[in-house]
Write a new protein. Structure first.
Length: 381
């Protein structure tokens, strides 16, 4: 197409074989088995997974008698009809056409049914295939799965090993497990292909835990012989078992197992989901000026915080302590003299990666132990 557009005197091109094309100089076509002609037009429309070169003031012969309300509906009907060669627009209405030639018609327009074509583009180190007027299916079943932004939906889809597409419908972008598309007017689908996203930095909240998906890895020491059909069921069982540190998915059996192993090891045909804990399971506090900080390392919604002070401390502490999770205020507590422990209830469910406690008068505070009640989140920036 690009070569024809640049070459003086080119009227179109002919597909003579697989990935082979020949430029033409005539403005008429003739039937020849195994070949497909494309006349040079004013534009090319990509719709319903096909290319539709457009020509003005001409129509395709063999026009059907039944008018169709819109061009898109006519193209869909033509795509399904093996005999249809294109769509004509005559008198503001659209018609399928089955002829092998063209005729001049002032004010008419024709869209010639061309070869299969799926638009693609790269976003966030991932190739996406755009299916205009199609939908995909398959609910993810956990975490945030609907978004107002296509970019956000694509970002989270590619970081979820069971997500394979994004489906736009009802003014929302939804994560889907399916790759098969079916036509639905007004909807759109994007199916992703090759990706180079770094999964070592991806964390998914599932059944209140936080999990690191690792395609191409498994975990050691499966617990028992029980398997699970879905990831939420497997992670729930893991969280109920004190010996469990993660789950893995076996592609061959399409089942999940809970495991004792913490560190993923390379293995074809598996997806590992090691569980991530606040502070990697060992939370400690650092003090700078009047601020005490606990770095949880990962994104969590905090329900409660219990801090224990060292025995010889805390006789000089007075005033308010403002507790924040990320940028969100969790609570404000008051200290009066010696305090052996601080218990903070984050009823609002503040979310973030760090907990900070700003003391009005920090005195000789010295945190010895921190116990957190949390659930995994994917809402941190």
């Amino acid at each position: 197409m690009e070569a024809c557009a640049k070459k003086t005197g080119c009227t179109g091109f002919t597909k003579t074989g697989t990935n082979k094309y020949r430029l033409g100089k005539k403005d008429i076509t003739e039937t020849k088995k195994g070949m497909q002609a494309y006349l040079k037009g004013s534009s090319v429309v990509a719709y319903h997974l096909k290319l539709w070169p457009s020509v003005s003031d001409m129509v395709i012969t063999g026009q059907d008698k039944t008018a169709i309300a819109t061009r898109k509906k006519a193209m869909i009907a033509c795509s399904k009809n093996a005999k249809c060669k294109g769509v004509n627009k005559v008198g503001g209405k659209y018609y399928q056409a089955t002829g092998d030639s063209y005729k001049v018609l002032s004010g008419g327009q024709a869209w010639i049914k061309g070869s299969s074509y799926t638009p693609s583009f790269t976003y966030d180190n991932t190739v996406w295939y755009y299916k205009d007027g199609y939908k995909t299916t398959g609910d993810i079943g956990f975490g945030t799965t609907s978004f107002d932004s296509k970019d956000k939906a694509m970002y989270w889809c590619v970081r979820n090993p069971i997500c394979n597409s994004v489906h736009y419908t009802s003014k929302k972008y939804h994560l889907r497990t399916g790759t098969k598309v079916t036509w639905k007017e007004g909807d759109n689908a994007w199916v992703y292909g090759k990706s180079t996203v770094d999964f070592t930095k991806v964390y998914l909240p599932i059944t209140k835990g936080l999990w690191n998906p690792r395609p191409g890895y498994k975990l050691k020491n499966p617990i028992g012989s029980t398997t699970y059909a879905t990831l939420p069921k497997a992670t729930k069982a893991c969280m109920a078992n004190s010996a469990c540190n993660g789950v893995h998915y076996i592609k061959k059996t399409k089942k999940y197992q809970i495991c004792k192993g913490k560190t993923p090891i390379k293995a074809t045909g598996y997806i590992a989901y090691p569980r991530k804990y606040p502070c990697d399971g060992n939370c400690s506090a650092s003090k700078k000026s009047k601020v005490v900080t606990i770095d949880m390392k990962y994104c969590f919604t905090v329900t409660s915080i219990e801090l224990s002070n060292k025995h010889k401390c805390c006789s000089k502490n007075t005033g308010n302590v403002v507790v924040k999770v990320g940028k969100n205020t969790c609570s404000t507590v008051t200290m009066k003299g010696k305090t052996s422990a601080i218990l903070v209830d984050c009823a609002s469910g503040a979310t973030g990666k760090k907990i900070t406690m700003t003391f009005a008068n920090i005195g000789d505070i010295n945190i010895d132990e921190a116990k957190l009640v949390v659930s995994g989140s994917d809402t941190c920036s």
